[in-house]
Design a protein around this ligand. Structure first.
Ligand SMILES: [Zn+2]
Length: 232
């Protein structure tokens, strides 16, 4: 009798674990299926801390992601999905390549004991956008114009073309709904030279449709410059 009760307890403790494992597998297959639908080339990759590990083997949304170290790009599938979808926004501005430093990296947020989202493959630090076959570079460190924009006009009135490009892309990525957060030089001194681009884990996302329109990202442009002045 006692043994039967013990067996029952063990069985009951295994049920939720089995269910969690099934949910994880279902999440992984739905995210990978979304990458397939977007035409992303990838291989599965296992890394500590990454829920659905993916090594990117080609362009993301028509844009090349190049590391300064030339290491392969390994991320969580959820961020890969967002970057592949954001290619539509980058390509519209002529961006062909992106240079990044940190992607998957086990570390804490500076000055805290909390793990950074980089530890889970859910963040990437983008430094430079490359345009027109490499003829033009927009570097966050040199070209981002700080302190512009407001709640109505996200872009503001940058003085240079590259400044306008970087602020526009920052605003569009922020309003696309694809990312949990974009941190720019406006956020703090640690981000003086890059955009920290971060996605939610796939299990927490409701925007899993690879074909959904990025209306928020395009509508934000209607409120800039002359449009904003006319509206005031
Ligand atoms: Zn970062």
């Amino acid at each position: 009798m006692v043994r039967a009760a013990a067996c029952l307890l063990v069985f009951l403790s295994l049920v939720p674990r089995a269910r969690a494992e099934r949910d994880r597998e279902a999440d992984a297959s739905s995210c990978l299926a979304a990458l397939d639908e977007l035409g992303v080339e990838y291989a599965r990759a296992r890394r500590r801390g990454i829920e659905i590990g993916v090594e990117v083997r080609g362009l993301l949304g028509g844009v090349e992601y190049r590391s300064y170290t030339r290491d392969p790009l390994v991320l969580d599938c959820s961020l890969v999905f967002s970057l592949a979808r954001a290619g539509e926004l980058l390509r519209a501005h002529g961006v062909e390549r992106v240079h990044y430093s940190s992607a998957y990296q086990r570390r804490n947020i500076r000055g805290t004991s909390r793990p950074s989202r980089h530890s889970f493959g859910l963040a990437i630090d983008v430094h430079t956008l490359v345009l027109a076959g490499g003829e033009h570079l927009a570097a966050v460190k040199h070209d981002y114009e700080q302190g512009l924009g407001d709640d109505w006009d996200c872009v503001g009135e940058p003085l240079t073309e590259l400044g306008a490009l970087l602020r526009t892309i920052d605003c569009q990525l922020t309003h696309s709904g694809l990312f949990r957060i974009i941190l720019s030089p406006d956020y703090d001194a640690d981000h003086y030279n890059h955009f920290h681009i971060e996605a939610l884990p796939w299990s927490e996302r409701t925007d899993r449709d690879p074909r959904a329109r990025l209306d928020g990202a395009w509508e934000v442009l209607g409120r800039t410059g002359a449009a904003a002045a006319a509206a005031r």
